[in-house]
Design a protein around this ligand. Sequence first.
Ligand code: ATP
Ligand code: PRP
Length: 214
Amino acid sequence: MTDITIALSKGRIFDDTAPLLKAAGIEALDDPESSRKLILDTNRPNVRLVIVRASDVPTYVQYGAADMGIAGKDVLIEHGGAALCQPLDLNIACCRMMVAVPEGFDYESAVRQGARLRIATKYLQTAREHFADKGVHVDLIKLYGSMELAPLVGLADAIVDLVSTGNTLKANNLRAVEEIMPISSRLIINQAALKLKQKTIQPILDAFADAVKQ
Ligand code: ATP
Ligand code: PRP
């Protein structure tokens, strides 16, 4: 039996993926929230899970350290997608990539007047493309989290970040001014593994596809 390694991040991706894995007959033997293990065995002796940062999942799959993984579209855009096959939108971890500003900031006028905007974000690639398409000049400031803070302390005029319920924006007196794109997570597969391990990977892919349809 061919060995398969699946890369996942803990938290929402692991939680939303567990039912899909179950549909494919795969169950983790440990809970990544309580275990410190980074390699989790499953009920299937030939399938193991590796637990990595969400933004590292495509890298593990790109280099073949994992055969497949699950990553948000946000993460995949920043990674670039090299050596990855993306056969399936799993419709999990759904949210929206948005531009947001402090309540008092007149974003629309600033854009109309051709102002140069300072944008704080973890998503440089996405932000660069969005503002280039709009013809808005921006200085991008790379952050790794808590983007909502940046405009509140004068680090940036606006942020590009993920929004789901809108609670984080609201709690920090920010408002969303533009939707850049809807985001969900995709199954990603190493292109070489898909060819070499097709017999083992295809049934997992099919089970995921069936479970997503329901
Ligand atoms: P990293 O740990 O690498 O910095 P992260 O903290 O963004 O990444 P998670 O918070 O686990 O990782 O998010 C994983 C994925 O879930 C994201 O890449 C995105 O696609 C999606 N996501 C992020 N925030 C939300 C949200 N509030 N609601 C729904 N989905 C979200
Ligand atoms: C994400 C995102 C926002 C928040 C939006 O952060 O970066 O801060 O969710 O969700 P909401 O619209 O439902 O409030 P996350 O919860 O992943 O925290 P982290 O990335 O800072 O770990």
